[in-house]
Structures are given as C-alpha cells and as structure tokens.
Design a protein around this ligand. Sequence first.
Ligand SMILES: NC(=O)c1ccc[n+]([C@@H]2O[C@H](COP(=O)([O-])OP(=O)(O)OC[C@H]3O[C@@H](n4cnc5c(N)ncnc54)[C@H](O)[C@@H]3O)[C@@H](O)[C@H]2O)c1
Length: 330
Amino acid sequence: MKKTFLITGGAGFIGSSLIDRLIFYGEDINIVCVDNFDPFYSEKFKQNNICLHRRMHNYKLYVEDIIDFAVLKKIFQAHDITHIIHLAAKTGARASLEKAKDYFNTNINGTINLLQLAKEFGVEKFIFASSSSVYGARKDVPFKEDMKIGKTISPYAASKAAGEQICYTYSHLYGISTVCLRLFSVYGPRQRPDSAIHKFSRQIVEGKTLQVFGHGKTIRDYTYIDDINQGILAAIDYDKSEFEIFNIGESRPIKLSSLIVLLEENLEKKAILEKRLLQPGDVPITYADITKAKELLGYQPSTTIKRGVKKFIAWFKEFYNYCPSNLICR
Ligand SMILES: NC(=O)c1ccc[n+]([C@@H]2O[C@H](COP(=O)([O-])OP(=O)(O)OC[C@H]3O[C@@H](n4cnc5c(N)ncnc54)[C@H](O)[C@@H]3O)[C@@H](O)[C@H]2O)c1
C-alpha cells in the first residue's frame, strides 16, 4: 500500500535529511512537508536544504504553521496521510528563555493539533521528535528512558517533556501507534547554524572569538545525522507496542574543550577562546543509554565524533564556498 508521510519541519536540518532518505525509497512513498520557515535562522538556508526535493513528483511542500488547525485539516483532507513524523519545533534551549510563550505555543499546541488530526484521520504511526533536554541537569549518567524527567530547566525542554506526555495520552485514548525519540545533540551536513559544531566552525574560520560556556567542561553526546535517521526509520517500522520512548544518541559523549580541538585540527586553524560560566538553560552533561533502542529498534549508531566531524567539515567548506555566509547563517 502507498505510504504518505507528513513531515513537519521538513525544510530544517533533520527533516530535510530524513526526506533525502525517504524520497528515494520509490514509487510507494509520498512526502508532504509542512514548514513555515520559522525565522530562527535563515529561510535561504532551508530553501537550499529542499531544492532537490522540490523537483520530485512525490514531494509536496506547504509553507504553513502547525499552529493553524484549519489549514492542517485541509492538508489532511487533500492527502491520505498514513504516517506523521513531527519534527517542527521552535528549537534551542538557551534561546527559549527569551520567548518562552512562543516555544510553548508552537511545541505544545502544534503537537496537539497534529495528534488530534492523527486521531481524526486514523493515521498509522506518529513519531515525535523529543530531546535529551527532558532529562534536565542531572549528573547520574547515562540517561535511561525510565528515569524521572520532572526537572527540566528551560522552556524548550519543558515543551518537549509536555509533548511526550500528550503523545502518551492520545496514544492511550485513541490507539495511535506512537514513538517518541529523545534525540541527543544532532550534527552533520545542514546542521543548524546556531548549534555548537556549526557555529564554532564558522567562528574559527572567520577568526572570531568563541564564547565557551561552562569553561569548556560541559559534556555532550553528539550524534551524527545518519545515525539519527537510522533511528527514525527504525521507529517508523516499530510495531512491538503502541507507545514507546527511545534515546537516540551515540552513547560516546565528549567534553566541549575536546570538541573544539577536533574542529581546530580539521579546519587547520586555532580558535580564539573566551571561557564563560554555564548559561541558564544549559545542562552540564548529556549521555544516552541506548540499550533499549538497540534491543527493540535494532539501532546501531556507527559514526564516531572523529569521523562525523571530518564529514561535517567537508560539507561546511563546500557549502561556504558555494553560498557566502552573509547570505545565510545570520
Ligand atoms: N538538532 C538537534 O540537536 C536536536 C536535538 C534534540 C531534538 N531535536 C528536535 O528535532 C526536531 C528538528 O530539529 P532540527 O535541528 O532539524 O531543527 P530545525 O530548526 O532545523 O528544523 C525545525 C523546522 O521546523 C520548522 N518550524 C518551526 N516552527 C514551525 C511551525 N510553527 N510550523 C511549521 N514549521 C515550523 C522550522 O522552520 C524548521 O525548518 C525539533 O523538533 C527539535 O526540537 C533536535
């Protein structure tokens, strides 16, 4: 049977990379992308992400806001949507402190709209992009899915924790097969310009000072985009229970100071550092226990940070040669 995937946030980093993988599956796949080109970062950057998708006959883009229930409903009426991969969100834990209400509105009310339509239109599968930030500032690592997650420390993290809770409620009440994926610091080609690896690379190349929060001692479980996509694709096929939460990380965390050294080596240029205190909303460590995803999804991440950064920098150099940075990542 023909599958029609609604990918929300499909013009963004993860969404557009996932569509690269899905769109070439063959004739049996249709992709409906809903993205409002949120101004958090440049529209041109996102247009660049999807320029090949737009040429495919089985791809349809709607530049719409997931907050608008009536518009979403019309999209559901126009397409026989079988799967929802809900990636649209206001992103960035630190940035969410400035605009908490907007983050809650998009990330919670937008998610409710999609779940409501999943129920009304009998969608087969709902995948929700959650985040490692739901674990809060805890230090008892690695993080396991059955840990309590009540102590989130940014509006973004709180909105993701709430999203998971609402997903569970809809799944329980209406039998919607749902998987929440807690993604851990995703990086790779097309990475958001505000994210550490991308932002620091640009600053090193431009000879600008890097503000290193937490004095470089924070630790992150950076996860390469191909491994994230592997986790999402496995979740689409998951059918062993009606609702499940999985960590999708690399489970090989590294210190920020070591990451910067790796970027310097790959860019063959020294970084200028300004060490600063940890910022409100920042957590000291993320570290995924991926036992559950390995067992139930067959998830096997395979990209070490060394190999992943090398691949990212190859993309980064080509991208900035082709698109001058003043056009995009500001
Ligand atoms: N990148 C990471 O490290 C990371 C980690 C954990 C979780 N996540 C989650 O994964 C998802 C994708 O993240 P990303 O890094 O690709 O971010 P991204 O910002 O590149 O992609 C999100 C997309 O959603 C769109 N969008 C935002 N608000 C919208 C709205 N109201 N209506 C329609 N579209 C809207 C944006 O325009 C953007 O294209 C998000 O839900 C994010 O919270 C990402």
